[in-house]
Design a protein around this ligand. Structure first.
Ligand SMILES: [Zn+2]
Length: 488
């Protein structure tokens, strides 16, 4: 098979012509990345943002093959994930491995996966086909098809095929080429054809917002925008948006963009996104926040003489009782019939260094609907999108097990207390208070006790399966239960 990589042609030509090689650069200067090196701009762009590193301060080693561990680290950094080293679920990735944190985060997000029997093979070289899949899952729509992934990359001007029309998906990829593909994925200006459309209008909702050359704060600011500035949005890289303002293209943080015109008289309360902390080593240091909805003059939903505010408070207190008997700490946003503003519920959770947040509600819809559902929020505001969704899944399954009402599913919900939070957060709707069947469950103290236990167990399931906390196992036993199947 005739294989031909277009860039290799340029490289060969330049080297062949004996063009000058090295010149001093302000930041990094790798002796093996000369002035005319084909991937020079892309490599230095990634190095500037801390996304790629040299193998030493003076060498990048562009022709070395990329390993799965290295690819995970670069993708993780590009996405702004927390790369702090940690225990992983793989036999061959130790806690001390440089990319252990990124591998674990990417696996949780379904971007990269391991091999059977608990192996990740971090030192295995990456193929061009695998690279295409990883880039698609990280920055585009996730696909498991190499054909779809490679054609998407070629279409977007991110990767070229060989001259004979093939992609060479079995071939290994070297650091220079991986850098080129990654830089092009992040910043469309590097692509062979800049076909990105800026199809969505958004508004800046803060003053002095930095307009940067790349998707993290290592990249220099090209200017600042103020409250109300209109931007044209193209795509996101992690929590950063690639936008166009007056013809100039660059990155702003998505926490400071909104789709509606912001009201200067009522600016949104913005809490800067916080990096994802790792759960404490000891269960004793873990804080669960329970948030019974409504209160006082806000009854929430009503039906058959019951008020949501009373029922969810009762369930909340019962959940608390379970946690009180465990080593975990538990805090409630309200323990009496008082009204608490939504923003104060979130502030309470953050002030108390909460690690998980569960908001408890009941529903109503003119008696016309019934069932149990759980909401999570997934977008830049709450950095724990994947975690929140997993938490919601484990809660929903336990609630269905307890009451066996109609399964309305695990859904995205744009609710303040889960959106503005800075920890994995879910909002449960136990059932419909204005539906006769559901109401009978909500009205029954013994049923509410079952629901409380379900919320407790759902939280343990999340900690056990998602966070791999084996230390919660004894807690199941003490309430005559066992762990759920893995659901995320
Ligand atoms: Zn409610």
């Amino acid at each position: 098979m005739k294989k031909f990589w277009l860039f290799s042609l340029f490289a060969a030509l330049f080297i062949g012509l004996g063009l000058p090689t090295s010149q001093a650069f302000a930041s990094s200067n790798f002796s093996d990345i000369g002035d005319t090196y084909r991937a020079k701009d892309e490599i230095y762009y990634l190095v500037e943002g801390g996304i790629a590193n040299g193998i030493s301060t003076t060498a990048f080693s562009p022709s070395t093959e990329v390993t799965r561990g290295q690819a995970a680290a670069m993708l993780g950094r590009a996405l702004g994930l927390n790369g702090e080293k940690r225990k992983t679920s793989f036999n061959d990735v130790s806690e001390n491995y440089f990319a252990s944190g990124y591998i674990e985060q990417l696996v949780k997000r379904g971007i990269i996966s391991g091999y059977p029997n608990g192996y990740f093979l971090p030192n295995k070289t990456l193929s061009r086909g695998e690279m295409a899949i990883l880039i698609n899952r990280s920055f585009g729509t996730g696909t498991n098809s190499v054909a779809v992934a490679t054609s998407t990359l070629m279409q977007k001007g991110i990767a070229n095929g060989y001259e004979d029309g093939t992609f060479g998906e079995q071939d290994t990829i070297i650091r220079a080429d991986f850098s080129v593909f990654l830089a092009r994925s992040i910043n469309a200006k590097f692509r062979t054809a800049d076909t990105e459309t800026f199809s969505q209008i958004m508004y800046v909702n803060v003053n002095d917002l930095n307009f940067r050359t790349g998707p993290n704060t290592n990249y220099p600011s090209m200017g600042k925008y103020n409250f109300g500035q209109v931007v044209e949005y193209a795509y996101s890289i992690g929590d950063w948006a690639y936008v166009r303002v007056n013809g100039e293209k660059g990155f702003v943080h998505t926490a400071y963009l909104q789709t509606t015109v912001p009201d200067p008289n009522n600016p949104p309360v913005i809490t800067p996104p916080e990096p994802a902390p790792i759960l404490p080593k000891k269960l004793e240091d873990m804080v669960i926040i329970l948030d019974p909805g409504h209160g006082d003059h806000d009854p929430g939903a009503t039906g058959f003489g019951l008020k949501e505010k009373d029922m969810v408070l009762d369930v909340g207190k019962r959940v608390k009782n379970y946690f009180v008997q465990s080593p975990l700490q538990v805090k409630m946003t309200r323990e009496t019939d008082v009204f608490v503003e939504l923003r104060d519920r979130v502030a309470f959770a953050k002030r108390n260094d909460g690690h998980l947040f569960v908001s408890i509600h009941a529903n109503a819809l003119n008696g016309s609907a019934n069932g149990t559902e759980t909401f999570y929020y997934t977008a830049a505001r709450n950095p724990y999108d994947v975690e929140s969704k997993a938490l919601a899944k484990y809660l929903q399954a336990r609630m269905l097990e307890a009451w066996n009402l109609k399964d309305r599913g695990v859904k995205y919900g744009n609710y303040y207390v889960i959106r503005e939070n800075a920890m994995p957060a879910a909002l449960v709707e136990m059932g419909f208070i204005d539906n006769k069947t559901d109401n009978a469950y909500i009205a029954s103290p013994s049923r509410r006790e079952q629901m409380a236990k379900a919320i407790y167990l759902g939280t343990l399931d999340y900690l056990y399966h998602y966070e791999k906390r084996e230390d919660v196992l004894p807690l199941y036993k003490s309430v005559n239960a066992s762990s759920s199947p893995k659901r995320h």
